[in-house]
Write a protein that binds this ligand. Sequence first.
Ligand code: M6R
Length: 599
Amino acid sequence: MCGIIGYCGKEDAVEKLLYGLKALEYRGYDSAGIAVFDGDEVISVKSEGRIGNTEALCKEKGLQGFCGIGHTRWATHGEVSVRNAHPHTKGRTTIVHNGIAENYNELNRKLKERYDLISDTDTEIVCALIDSIYSEIEDPIEALEIAKERINGSYAIAVIFSDIVDTVYGICQDSPLIVSEDENGMYLASDITAIDSTDKLYYRVTNEVAVLCRDKLQFYRKGEKVIPESFNADRNMRKCEKDGFSHFMLKEIHEEPDVIKRTLDRYVIDGIIRFPFEDILTSFRSIRIIACGTALHAGMTGAYLIEKMAGIPCRYEVASEFRYNAPEDMSGELAVIISQSGETADSLAALRIAKELSAVALGIVNVENSSVARESDIVLYTSAGAEIAVASTKAYTAQLAIIYLLAFKLAYKKRRLSLNEQRDLCDCLYREIPDAIREVIEIKEQIEKTAKKYAVCENAFYIGRGMDHLLCEEASLKLKEISYIHSEAYAAGELKHGTISLITEKTPVIALLTDPFVFSKTVSNIREVKARGAEVLVIGMSKAEECEYDALISLPETDPLFAPFTAAVAFQLFAYYVALHRGCDIDKPRNLAKSVTVE
Ligand code: M6R
């Protein structure tokens, strides 16, 4: 999704801004641009497509300066075009903007007489609003404070005024905006990865106006100078090299064994799970897990495990639907919000609603200091490190690891699991599963051979029962998001109630077969699709060899309770190689964004 960068200092601003934009690329974007004070004139350069296009234009124009703002745009209002790309300029004001001005129609009605609006964006209207207020009061800080009052929705905005040379302003509302300084200058960005400063303190802008000059950094609230909340950068989150892998996705799959260990290291001490909020866990009558996409799929497995192991009623909810499904009162409920980025707008909105309804909110988050982490009552961190590929892989298995710990802990609290049993399960997850995952990674050439055969198909089904069915949801999402093959996940027994009419010899069926409890039933469903000509790929442990299949990805023998970890890595690699053989842009699939900051 959109990203913001701003710089003001001693160094080449064009270079700093382009560095920031490249670091923001992983979030997904379709156009980019920068505006720089070239002497005392503001020059904007923007282009469709990759940052390289903007970079080439900057070179062509010989753009240089010490202060400016930049943006990667993921289209929300209006098509992908240079006209709609940021920065936008109206009068003396130039801005870049993340988020949505929900009242842009109303603002437009008031401003269209006065300004010639040429784009389809809400950003241009916000720019006109700021410029109109600035023209009236001639005080930039006050103008931005007034503008803040008039813009509805969540947003972050970086602003330059053409008559205030070498100064960048930043404001935001419920959308991240981070500021930092080092010996080379002042930085502002929507995402910490975009800031090319040395390891310094970071400030989080919330209700302040940030003012970045070449030699000083200041923050104002209601006209008074203030110092906002600060934090130390997590260097892990800033490391984003491919380290010799052809794609971030492949690199991140290879990191999974270590990520699981790291995640457990934080909360398991001598085999015993230690959460920072032990007592609270006994006080809930029910649990609701709320998330989007891959995080939701981890939550589905969580709901299944928690009910089965701890006997506590637990359901999952699609975050974007939650406001329509929310009960009247959630007191006595634990709302678990799972999010890699911690900035997903739908999940954040659900978290706020759940809190308003008196639930206790537990965030399961990868990014420390993210909005979900800060707004949750209690937090558990997945220690996956920075995940750059749009397709989530290591964050998913890290989320599963935390969810398993939560299920074990709740089962222990409900006296359904003894301390020794808890220790044995944690031990297995810590000692055996990372190695089992490594075994799956070792057979990646074989997975690639299988995947190559499937790369020509246009439709596919994933089937499974019980936990396997929940895994199918994630396996299917992985395939469609990076390979663009249409795929559906089905409870194996449900196919015959209509959907089986879609099965032909051109529709491969991928069956997940890790759960011994439902083995024979799924095998019957495999027979049904084979009888209708489908080519069947089975992913399962040695028992799977007993069934009829066309191809098999054999998983190492583990306790079936932990099979989701090995199966996940197998289907992630499968999707990766299918996409590779289809020539897809794996790390940046079309139309997608890493962090979805609009509802
Ligand atoms: O950052 P979050 O975990 O909140 O993101 C949720 C989804 O947008 C995300 O998992 C998405 O589905 C991934 N691209 C899937 O690979």
